[in-house]
Design a protein around this ligand. Structure first.
Ligand code: SD4
Length: 342
């Protein structure tokens, strides 16, 4: 099927609610002492003179993954270690059919995983179309740390992984195989919005030193075309961090996130003074304003800035995020664009 038609016939999970956030102006930030910022949109200006306590946020209701990341931060671990420890919970969760081992395969029965990580110093790594290794976020980190490259794909990524001690595995579980065989009986490529409770896990972490890192890992769209790669492993689309400003991560219909370089956009909007909440809203609006296609797919963003303010927004009702801070790990409802029932 030709690409545009393919995307038109496609939809993905959904959801939404707003939480209050305050904007941080980067100009203000520069003018203040380090770690001091003025919140412009809160009712009363808030002066943050101290580093926020560690925070972990992640897409969807991945309670345990976020809890593990939060506990790692609480124990004093650096932001990137915590993010990878957190997302690994879902990569290894065989019941999760959208991340890691047990993920839904492509149309030909191959499970292929995509992931990327970004560190506070601006370095990053990614792997695409990995079909034999479960912990692809950790593998992406190895690409970042041990190679002169940012991205490795397919067999090259796998061979590099084995050389780094990653185990070769069959990622297709019996359950995912059965579901795929069922799908093959009438193989229409038409995911339904909100049909899945679990999706790509994107995580942002802020550690005790105030440094921000992130990880994003997925098996991509169920029953995608062979070789298809979405936004999740693409730096700037699925994930972007600028440790002076904050970070953002995406979930949902990757093709649309790629077209608007969504996570980079959100960080740049925050750089220009928007709160994480407003920046996520603007990034969603950029997509929905263009055409009517958004009725058929879900996209959700979460974001966090340097003073620990968080935000999230999505197209359709049904998405939520997890937030850990000060020993509390809670599910936060997320506001959504499409208030009309479609
Ligand atoms: C992708 N963005 O491969 C991923 C899929 C996803 O929630 O996030 N699903 O396009």
């Amino acid at each position: 099927m030709e690409r545009r038609k393919f995307i038109k016939n496609t939809a993905i999970g959904t959801v939404g609610v707003t939480f209050g956030t305050a904007a941080i102006s980067c100009n203000d930030m520069k003018n203040k002492k380090e770690n001091s910022a003025v919140s412009e949109t809160s009712e009363k200006p808030v002066i943050a003179n101290q580093k926020p306590s560690p925070i972990a946020i992640c897409t969807w209701q991945f309670t345990k993954a976020n809890e593990v990341a939060g506990a790692a931060l609480k124990a004093g671990k650096p932001a990137l270690d915590a993010a990878i420890e957190g997302v690994e919970i879902e990569e290894e969760n065989l019941k999760n059919t959208t991340v890691g081992k047990g993920g839904a395969p492509d149309r030909e029965g191959n499970v292929t995983l995509d992931a990327c990580v970004m560190a506070p110093d601006g370095d990053c790594g990614a792997v695409l179309c990995v079909s034999t290794i479960t912990n692809v976020a950790a593998l992406a980190r190895k690409v970042m740390e041990k190679t002169p490259h940012v991205i490795l794909a397919g067999e090259g990524a796998e061979e590099f992984g084995y050389s780094q001690g990653f185990k070769k595995e069959n990622l297709l579980t019996e359950e995912s195989k059965k579901a795929w065989q069922e799908w093959l009986k009438s193989p229409e490529y038409k995911p339904i919005i909100n049909i899945e409770n679990h999706d790509t896990i994107g995580m942002l972490t802020l550690d005790k030193d105030g440094d921000i890192a992130g990880a994003c890992t997925t098996s991509g769209l169920s029953y995608k075309m062979k070789g298809r790669v979405g936004d999740s492993p693409i730096i700037g689309s699925g994930l972007f961090i600028d440790n002076e400003i904050g970070g953002a991560v995406a979930t949902g219909m990757g093709e649309e996130v790629l077209k608007t370089v969504g996570s980079f956009l959100i960080v740049e909007l925050m750089r220009n003074g928007m709160s994480p909440q407003k920046a996520c809203e603007e990034a969603v609006h950029r997509i929905v304003k263009k055409n009517e296609r958004h009725k058929n797919f879900q996209i959700a963003y979460i974001a966090m800035n340097k003073i620990g303010e968080t935000g999230a927004y999505c197209i359709h009702e049904g998405f939520s995020m997890m937030k850990y801070q000060d020993g509390t790990n809670e599910n936060v409802p997320v506001d959504f664009y499409n208030k009309s029932k479609i």
